[in-house]
Design a protein. Structure first.
Length: 434
């Protein structure tokens, strides 16, 4: 048994026993009450699932096993002379709740390289699609095309003890995570770079190798990719992609079925597709105003025009957060250190100053602050990754870390099939009339 797997087994076995005792002693105790507004409004903020890998506080933002993003930047291992954390370290932390050593992270990088060969039929499947197929569609299909190699599905069909579900889910998750950069890079090079592909470099780390296969060798871009893959990895379990992973996985679907479903959720404009919408909106604003460096007054007028047309300013607002997204701040810090004179980055910073003020003055917005999507596109554009309809694939590769760790824990703890109770509007009206 490999070192991460052994540590995960010990941690999860202990927590599984603890949860069983909690249910036995406190199973009837109420944790929360659901309002009519929550019932109709998408179950907003209803506490209804266990998700230990990360938690989201409205004021403090995301914490991964108790650590915030600035702490992770300091504490997680990096490449030699690197400035940003390695996403391998975050995966280790989410899996076992302990900060990894440099040796742990080197092992995980090598292990994912060892598992990274993608079956040829996956590439053949992608080639059967029109090249102009949206990258997220290609990504979801590629994940499903790998499902025939699911160890969980094979072992379940043969007959296995439910006590072993976690073991094969771990193996499937490790295999899929290892392969995703190669699949995602293939989609990018096929769709945007004349189908000219770049072989992986097995000596590189997971995020650095992904950047290399995309076709970017700048040390700054490699650092950005490591940061990007770290800060997008997880955002507690209630967001649409993580919840979809948990829901599909609760039926005992394997990691490929579950993750493909999660990516279909991520592709929605109200979720991961927002990073595409932000940069598209900025490009349209620049074209409309007629300059790469609009004044703050020009930007203000364009914001007001967008709102007057009944549209939203993409990248602003969040379902939970009531402060600027710490992931936005992390990217802003990266830009301040590396590319502060970039025109598009300056627009992002001007928007950060203007949009909250304008939205706040309307009195109808609970969170007028930027989320993670408000900044990421500007950084990618600066380094030459301008194909914004690909951005959500980058998000998806990163999100695999958090949702796979979550699904491993679901299986290790033996969490139940998710099956909430629905009601009819007639039932609700009769209830409210009493």
């Amino acid at each position: 048994m490999d070192p991460l797997k052994e540590k995960f087994y010990k941690k999860s076995s202990a927590l599984k026993a603890e949860i069983k005792a909690i249910v036995k002693e406190h199973g009837e105790k109420k944790v929360d009450e659901v309002s009519v507004e929550q019932l109709i409004g998408g179950m907003r903020s209803v506490r209804s699932m266990i998700w230990d890998t990360s938690s989201l506080d409205p004021e403090e933002g995301i914490r991964f096993r108790g650590y915030n993003i600035p702490q992770l930047r300091e504490l997680l291992p990096r490449v030699p002379n690197g400035r940003e954390p390695l996403p391998e370290g975050l995966f280790w932390l989410m899996m076992v709740g302990e900060l990894p050593t440099e040796e742990d992270v080197r092992w995980l990088s090598a292990e994912w390289n060892r598992r990274s060969d993608v079956p040829q039929h996956v590439f053949d499947t992608l080639r059967s699609l029109p090249a102009e197929t949206h990258p997220m569609t290609q990504f979801s299909i590629a994940v499903l095309a790998m499902q025939n190699e699911s160890i969980f599905a094979q072992k379940y069909e043969e007959g296995m003890s439910k006590n072993d579900y976690w073991d094969v889910m771990y193996e499937d998750s490790m295999n899929m995570i290892a392969r995703l950069p190669r699949v995602a890079a293939f989609i990018y090079r096929r769709s945007f770079k004349n189908d000219e592909h770049i072989a992986p470099d097995p000596s590189m780390d997971w995020g650095g190798n992904f950047a290399h296969m995309l076709g970017f060798e700048s040390p700054d871009f490699l650092a950005l990719m490591r940061l990007y893959l770290t800060i997008h990895a997880d955002h507690e379990g209630g967001n649409a992609s993580a919840h979809t992973m948990h829901l599909v996985g609760s039926t005992l679907s394997d990691v490929y079925y579950s993750f493909s479903g999660a990516m279909n959720a991520l592709a929605g404009p109200l979720h991961g597709l927002a990073n595409q919408e932000v940069i598209k909106w900025i490009f349209e604003m620049v074209e409309n105003i007629g300059t790469q460096r609009p004044s703050k007054d020009q930007i203000r007028q364009y914001i007001l025009q967008t709102l007057e047309e009944g549209k939203v300013v993409p990248g602003y607002g969040h379902a939970v957060l009531r402060q600027p997204d710490p992931r936005f701040i992390a990217q802003m810090r990266f830009a301040q250190e590396n590319i502060k004179d970039d025109a598009v980055v300056q627009i992002v910073w001007d928007l950060y100053e203007l949009v909250p003020e304008i939205l706040g003055s309307l009195g109808k917005v609970k969170n007028p602050y930027p989320n993670v999507d408000a900044h990421s596109g500007a950084l990618l554009v600066h380094y030459g990754l301008t194909e914004y309809n690909y951005y959500t694939v980058l998000f998806g590769v990163s999100r695999a870390l958090g949702v796979c760790a979550g699904l491993c824990w679901d299986r290790a703890l033996g969490l139940a099939l998710e099956r909430p109770k629905s009601i009819t509007t007639d039932w609700l009206k009769k209830y409210l009339a009493n």
